[in-house]
Write a protein that binds this ligand. Structure first.
Ligand code: GN1
Ligand code: MG
Length: 369
């Protein structure tokens, strides 16, 4: 296979890892916007065995070894806690890193690509758009449980794999600077999106201000809790495994809750072109709140006050990030067609409006949850 970062042969990559058996093949997998993901099949003494192989986007994750250091610590800790709780099939409930033959958590090839491998979690699926309330409940519960399991991760502090990842004021500045530069001449066609953000600029610092006052604590958070980053069991529908751990690091639990609301209440895909289909489905908010609060008993009163706001804020921020990328010429998020980042941005802003309009109803649901 060839790519911008050079050509590679799967056979050469996979033989670096402690995967047993004969390599059979690899196919692209999932719908992530950042890394390249493949489902790899091996023939292990006659039995087909799958692994997940990923090429880490090292333009975005500039220190892949720090990313892997976090992931190894986090997954070992989760596995140890689940084992202590008596969970039998722990290798389905926490990602398992497959180390290289020289005992490293990832492999750098001759072209500078960084690779890692996980056991493939069988019998579970992810969803880009939610289908029913049970999925909303199970996804939210799985993320809360993940936060819970990491609450007692021993020191040292995890690496910040992307500095200021969820710093909304800094994301706003990045957007403003992209507007000022306007390197692709796209600011004029995004005038109404830019105005949309300007009207909400004063909200951007709210959670970090409460954090600075000591009201909202730093916790270990996932930071990318979209619906398709949690695997649900194909048979029972229950949350099985939280994946995409590159951004697990110190953060605010509210951004995790907010991103669940953004992705799991969305009535349409993240890049839907028909904005008439885009809205926040309040009927999905109730199970998200219930699923999250049933496990996240650690959250304090200040965090509880901001649950509804957090959904709007992260949706606004992710919309700002798509807009910034569009203005900069689509250099960050993978795109499959021209204008996709602008469509993604518009969907996010439509979601923000829909959440604003339903804020009181969301608060009433929370009061009951
Ligand atoms: C990216 O990798 P993926 O597709 O799960 C992004 C998230 C965004 C998300 C929007 C490292 O996540 O922050 O919320 O797209 N990840 C990174 O869909 O930037
Ligand atoms: Mg992801």
């Amino acid at each position: 296979m060839s790519s911008g970062a050079g050509t590679f042969k799967f056979q050469d990559v996979v033989k670096r890892f402690r995967a047993w058996g004969d390599f059979v093949g690899a196919v692209p997998y999932g719908s992530g916007h950042i890394n390249d993901t493949f489902k790899v099949t091996f023939n292990m003494a006659g039995a087909p065995v799958h692994y997940l192989l990923q090429r880490i986007n090292h333009t975005i994750f500039k220190d892949p070894l720090a990313v892997m250091d976090n992931i190894v610590r986090v997954t070992n800790h989760v596995r140890a806690r689940l084992t202590a709780e008596g969970v039998g099939d722990v290798t389905r409930h926490s990602l398992c890193v497959v180390f290289t033959r020289d005992a490293q958590p990832c492999h750098q090839d001759g072209d500078g690509n960084w690779w890692r491998m996980y056991l493939f979690v069988e019998g579970a699926k992810t969803y880009d758009t939610i289908q029913n309330e049970k999925q909303a409940f199970e996804a939210a519960r799985a993320y809360a449980r993940f936060q819970n399991l990491l609450a007692d991760l021993p020191a040292p502090r995890l690496h910040e794999t992307i500095p200021d990842f969820h710093n909304t004021p800094i994301r706003l500045k990045a957007l403003q600077s992209a507007i000022a530069t306007d390197g692709c001449n796209r600011a004029v066609e995004t005038r109404s999106e830019i105005a949309f953000v300007e009207r909400r600029a004063a909200q951007c610092g709210h959670l970090l201000e409460r954090h600075a006052k000591g009201e909202i604590p730093e916790r270990i958070t996932h930071n990318d809790t979209k619906l398709n980053n949690v695997m649900l069991d194909e048979a029972t529908g229950k949350g099985v495994c939280v994946v995409d751990l590159d951004t697990v690091m110190p953060g605010l639990a509210l951004y995790d809750f907010g991103d669940m609301v953004r992705s799991a209440t969305a009535a349409a895909p993240e890049d839907e072109r028909d904005l008439g289909k885009v809205r926040m489905r309040i009927e999905m908010f109730e199970p998200i709140a219930r699923g999250y609060l049933s496990e996240a008993r650690f959250i304090n009163p200040a965090e509880r006050e901001e649950l509804v706001f957090s959904g709007r804020l992260i949706t606004l921020m992710i919309g700002m990030r798509f807009l910034t990328d569009y203005l900069q010429g689509d250099v960050y998020f993978k795109t499959k067609r021209p204008g996709q980042n602008l469509d993604r941005c518009r969907v996010q802003f439509k979601m923000v409006e829909s959440m604003e309009a339903q804020a009181d109803a969301m608060e009433r649901i929370l009061a009951r949850a």
